[in-house]
Design a protein around this ligand. Structure first.
Ligand SMILES: [Zn+2]
Length: 300
C-alpha cells in the first residue's frame, strides 16, 4: 500500500488514500517543527466518530501516551533525540475494539546547531573513575532511570504554562559539545541558569517529587515527575526544600542554588526528559498547552 507524505513548513501531515481504515486512514500531524533535542506534540486524527477508539505509539524507543481532545483527535508529547537523523520513525496503532492496525511513518527532523566549548580542567575530572566511584555512578544512574520508568505510570500532573526554575540568564545552553583538554567528552544535557548560592529554585510546573539525591555529578538533585513520561531535573543545589512523594505546584520553591556535584561555580542545571531521552528544557515553552477536558489529578 502506498501513501503520499506531504510536509508543510511548520505542520507535517501524512495523508492517506480513500477506503483505508484504522491506522491506515488516520492523519498524523505534529507541532511545533520537530528539531533535534526538542519536545513536540504528535496528533493522530483517526477520522472516525467512534468513541471506542484508542491510539498507542512510540518514538525513539519511548512509549507515548495519547489522550483524546474534545475534537476527537489524539495528542501525545514526544521527544526528538539530540542525535536524531533527518527523519525519525514514529510507530503507532489505532485500536478499535478487537481490531488493531499498525503503521509507521517517518517524521522529518530539523538539525539543531550546537556550539562546542573547550575546557581545560584538572585531569582528575577527566581520568577514569576508580571502581568504587564507578559503582556509585552506576547506582545513581540506575536510580535516575527508575524515575523515567515510573513516570510512564504517573497521571498527567502538569498544567498551564511552564516557568524557568530561575528568572535569570542562561549561562550554558542545552546540547553544547564539551571538549575537555582537546577531547570530546560529553554533551551538555541541560540548561544552566545563573544564580548565587542560596538563591531560590522554583518548580517549572506541577509535579510530584520523585527523587531527592546527593549524586556524584549532579550534587544535591531533585527530580520532578510531571506524569505520562515527562520529568524535569534540578541539579547542584546547596539545599533541598522538598521530600520524595511531595506534590509541588508551578513556581513553588524546591531548593536553593549551590555548587554541589562536579561544577566550578553556583548555578542551577535544569534538564527536561521524556522517558530516557533528554531534551532542551527551553522547548517546553514552544509547546501548545492543550485544554484538558477532564482532570485526572487530585488537589486544586
Ligand atoms: Zn549544566
Amino acid at each position: 500500500m502506498r501513501f503520499v507524505l506531504c510536509v508543510a513548513a511548520s505542520l507535517g501531515v501524512a495523508q492517506m488514500a480513500e477506503g483505508q481504515t484504522g491506522a491506515m486512514a488516520a492523519d498524523v500531524r505534529w507541532r511545533p517543527t520537530p528539531a533535534q533535542g526538542t519536545l513536540i506534540h504528535i496528533l493522530v486524527n483517526p477520522n472516525s466518530e467512534s468513541t471506542e477508539l484508542g491510539v498507542t505509539g512510540s518514538i525513539a524507543g519511548q512509549q507515548l501516551h495519547f489522550e483524546r481532545d474534545p475534537s476527537g483527535e489524539f495528542r501525545a508529547l514526544a521527544p526528538i533525540p539530540v542525535n536524531a537523523m533527518e527523519t525519525i520513525p514514529f510507530s503507532f496503532a489505532v485500536i478499535e475494539r478487537a481490531d488493531t492496525s499498525h503503521r509507521m511513518i517517518r517524521i522529518p527532523v530539523q538539525p539543531t546547531e550546537y556550539r562546542s566549548s573547550r575546557l581545560s580542567v584538572d585531569p582528575r575530572f577527566t581520568s577514569a573513575p576508580d571502581e568504587a566511584l564507578q559503582a556509585r555512578i552506576r547506582s545513581e544512574s540506575a536510580r535516575s532511570a527508575e524515575v523515567s520508568r515510573r513516570s510512564h505510570f504517573t497521571p498527567p500532573l502538569w498544567h498551564g504554562a511552564w516557568i524557568r526554575p530561575r528568572p535569570s540568564p542562561i549561562t550554558s545552553e542545552f546540547g553544547v559539545q564539551r571538549m575537555f583538554n582537546g577531547e570530546l567528552r560529553s554533551r551538555h544535557t541541560g540548561v544552566d541558569l545563573d544564580g548565587d548560592t542560596g538563591d531560590p529554585i522554583f518548580a517549572s510546573n506541577r509535579g510530584v517529587v520523585s527523587l531527592v539525591g546527593d549524586f556524584y555529578y549532579a550534587g544535591n538533585v531533585v527530580y520532578l515527575d510531571h506524569g505520562r513520561g515527562l520529568i524535569t531535573i534540578y541539579m547542584h543545589m546547596s539545599e533541598v526544600l522538598v521530600e520524595e512523594g511531595q506534590l509541588v505546584e508551578t513556581g513553588e520553591q524546591i531548593g536553593r542554588v549551590g555548587a554541589t556535584g562536579r561544577v566550578t561555580g553556583p548555578h542551577v542545571h535544569w534538564t527536561a526528559r521524556y522517558g530516557r531521552v533528554s531534551v532542551d528544557a527551553m522547548s517546553l515553552f514552544e509547546l501548545e498547552i492543550p485544554e484538558r477536558a477532564t482532570s485526572l489529578d487530585s488537589g486544586n
